[in-house]
Design a protein around this ligand. Structure first.
Ligand SMILES: Nc1ncnc2c1ncn2[C@@H]1O[C@H](COP(=O)(O)OP(=O)(O)O)[C@@H](O)[C@H]1O
Ligand SMILES: [Mg+2]
Length: 376
C-alpha cells in the first residue's frame, strides 16, 4: 500500500528526518487558517497517491492566507492522473538551494535492497535516469547489514550528495525497516540557503504482508481507483480492468493470462482479466458477467474454461443461471474443455441463447471473440 505524502511526512518526522511544518485539510477555509498558523505563505499540495503533482498543477505557492484558501479551493477536487484530490497539505515554504533524490527500494532480482540517489532531484528520477544515467547512483544494500553511517557515506559520495545528507540516509533506512516498507523515496531532499537538509516530498510503499503490524494506516481506500475494479472487489472477484474490447472470463490465473495473449494474437485487445478460480457458481458467473458487461468498451465476451476440479457442466449451469439475472447485451463465446466438457456443451446447446455460441478450441474461441469485437 502506498501512503499519502502527509503520512510519509509524519513517519519521516518520527524518525528524526527534518520536514517542513505542515497540516492537512479538506476545506479551503481551514486552509486559510493553516496558512496563517504557518506564518502566512504556504505551499498548497494535492494529496494523491501519484507522482508528478507539481507538473499537473497540484503543488502551488500561496503568498498569503487568502491566496491559500483560493488555491486550496482550486486544487481540491482536481483530477490528477485519475486520482481525485480529497485533501491538501499546506507546508511551510523552504528556500531551496539544491534538490536531491534519494530512495531505497526492494530489488527482488538481487534479493536485497537498492539505494538510488542523485544530486539532480526535483524532476522525476526516471527522466534523469533516461537522459543522464551517469547522474544516478545505484548502490546495493545488504538487507541484514543495512545502511550504517559508512554505507550512507558511500551512497552520498557516489551520488554527489552533501555530507549532511548522510544522517538522513541512515534515518531513511530505519524508516524502511521499522515501518515494513518496500520503498521509501524523498524527492526532493533539499539543501536550504542556510545549509539545512529537509525532506520536501515523500513516498512510502508499505509491504502488505506486514499490514497486521502497521494497522495505524488503515485500509487502502484508493487501492481500486477504477470503479469497475472496486465493484468487482466488493463482490470478491479477481478482476483487473484493461483497455480493450474483448471481455475475458477464465478459470486459473495462468489460463486467463494465456487467454489474454491469444486474444491479442488475434488482433483484438482484452478488456479485462477475470479469474473465477475453482468457482463456477451461478453467482460468480453472473457477478463476473455483470461487471464485464457494465464496461461500455466491451464488444464481445469470451469464457475460456478448462475443466479440472471444476467440471464443465457446473460452469455451463452457472452460465445458464447467470443468463437469468444478467441481460446479455453482447455476444458471448464459450470454450469448454476438460472434465465433463461434452455435458457442459450440451447444456449450453439446450439453452440456445441467440447471443451465446461455442467453440471447440481456445484458439478458435479467441479468434471468434476477436472477430465479433472488431466487426461490432
Ligand atoms: N515546502 C516547500 N517549499 C518550497 N518548495 C517546495 C515545497 N514543497 C515542494 N516544493 C517544490 O515543488 C516541487 C514539487 O513538489 P513535490 O512535493 O516534489 O511534488 P511532486 O513530486 O508530486 O511533483 C518540488 O520539487 C519543490 O521544488
Ligand atoms: Mg516530488
Amino acid at each position: 500500500m502506498d501512503l499519502y505524502e502527509h503520512q510519509a511526512r509524519e513517519i519521516f518526522e518520527e524518525h528524526g528526518i527534518v520536514v517542513p511544518r505542515a497540516e492537512v485539510t479538506d476545506s479551503p477555509e481551514e486552509a486559510r487558517a493553516i496558512a496563517r498558523r504557518l506564518g502566512g505563505r504556504a505551499v498548497v499540495k494535492a494529496q494523491v497517491k501519484t507522482g508528478g503533482r507539481g507538473r499537473a498543477g497540484g503543488v502551488k505557492m500561496a503568498a498569503d492566507p487568502a491566496a491559500a484558501q483560493l488555491t486550496a479551493r482550486q486544487i481540491l477536487g482536481m483530477d490528477i492522473k485519475g486520482h481525485r484530490v480529497g485533501k491538501v497539505m499546506l507546508a511551510q515554504p523552504v528556500d531551496i538551494e539544491d534538490e536531491f533524490y534519494v530512495s531505497y527500494v526492494l530489488d527482488r532480482a538481487a534479493g536485497g535492497f537498492l539505494a538510488i540517489a542523485s544530486a539532480e532531484g526535483g524532476t522525476e528520477i526516471e527522466e534523469v535516469a533516461a537522459t543522464r544515467p551517469e547522474a544516478v547512483a545505484r548502490i546495493p544494500v545488504d538487507p541484514v547489514k543495512g545502511v550504517t553511517s559508512a554505507k550512507a557515506g558511500e551512497i552520498a559520495e557516489a551520488a554527489g550528495l552533501p555530507p549532511q545528507s548522510v544522517d538522513v540516509l541512515v534515518r531513511l533506512w530505519q524508516v524502511l525497516v521499522r515501518e515494513d516498507a518496500l520503498l521509501v523515496e524523498v524527492n526532493p531532499l533539499v539543501r536550504t540557503r542556510e545549509g539545512r537538509i529537509l525532506a520536501l516530498d515523500g513516498k512510502v510503499t508499505l509491504d502488505d504482508n506486514a499490514r497486521f503490524r502497521q494497522a495505524r494506516w488503515g485500509a487502502d481506500e484508493t487501492g481500486h481507483r477504477d470503479p469497475l475494479e472496486a465493484a468487482a472487489a466488493a463482490k470478491g472477484l479477481n478482476y483487473v480492468k484493461l483497455d480493450g474490447e474483448v471481455g475475458i472470463i477464465g478459470n486459473g490465473a495462468g489460463l486467463v493470462m494465456s487467454t489474454l495473449d491469444v486474444v491479442a494474437g488475434c488482433g483484438a485487445r482484452p478488456a479485462n482479466f477475470l479469474d473465477i478460480g475453482g468457482g463456477a457458481s451461478a453467482r460468480i458467473m453472473s457477478d463476473g458477467l455483470a461487471v464485464i458487461l457494465s464496461d461500455p468498451d466491451v464488444k464481445s465476451v469470451l469464457v475460456n474454461v478448462f475443466g479440472g476440479i471444476t467440471a464443465c457442466d457446473a460452469v455451463a449451469d452457472g452460465i445458464v443461471q447467470a443468463l437469468e439475472t444478467v441481460r446479455l447485451t453482447r455476444p458471448l463465446v464459450v470454450r469448454l474443455d476438460g472434465n465433463n466438457a461434452a455435458r457442459g456443451r450440451a447444456i449450453l446447446d439446450d439453452r440456445a441463447h441467440p447471443l451465446v455460441e461455442q467453440a471447440d478450441t481456445m484458439d478458435g474461441a479467441a479468434r471468434r471473440a476477436a472477430e465479433l469485437a472488431t466487426t461490432a
